[in-house]
Design a binder for this molecule. Structure first.
Ligand code: SF4
Ligand code: SF4
Length: 163
């Protein structure tokens, strides 16, 4: 399985599941704005591309030739493990499927979507958990959510923080 095939079936690093934004170079900001992709301030004050990325359609990047440097360089733990032969394509696909299943399990427990809800399920959980939005979420939801985040940390995020 080519590495890109796994990514086309996954999309977690573009759809807001792993990150709320990805780092941009200052020189990339104008190009993102020209492409009508929302640029946000990251917690450290640097510019970031909002995730879920507005360029993602289905599981495909619609600005592939102009995607930022971070998108070109990024490889999650799982993709690195696949590239280095530490996991087989079949094993990698099982991990991706399990990640999607865990995210769907969180979604099933969340209150109904509101007009201003983030499209990414785990970002929605973070928002719903805030006291001003009626949080904290019930213990069962907290547990399923924590398990999903932990699975994503272990297999995908690694040392990259959830910014
Ligand atoms: S999270 Fe990993 S496997 Fe999934 S699309 Fe991103 S790099 Fe590819
Ligand atoms: S620009 Fe393309 S590769 Fe980068 S986050 Fe958006 S959809 Fe993903």
């Amino acid at each position: 399985m080519p590495l890109s095939t796994l990514c086309q079936r996954c999309g977690l690093c573009c759809d807001g599941s792993l990150f709320s934004s990805l780092p941009l170079r200052y020189s990339e900001v104008e190009a993102m704005q020209r492409l009508s992709l929302p640029v946000v301030n990251r917690p450290d004050g640097t510019p970031g591309l909002e995730q879920r990325c507005a360029a993602l359609k289905g599981q495909c990047c619609t600005v592939y030739a102009e995607r930022p440097e971070q998108c070109r360089r990024y490889r999650c733990f799982l993709l690195t493990a696949l590239a280095e032969g530490e996991v087989s394509p079949e094993e990698a696909q099982v991990v991706v499927d399990e990640a999607h299943a865990r995210i769907r399990a969180v979604e099933a427990l969340l209150p109904s979507e509101r007009a201003d809800s983030p499209r990414a399920v785990l970002q929605r959980a973070r928002k719903e958990d805030l006291p001003e939005n009626g949080g904290p979420l019930p213990p069962q939801t907290q547990e399923v959510w924590a398990q999903a985040e932990s699975y994503l940390d272990r297999h995908f995020r690694g040392r990259h923080r959830r910014m």
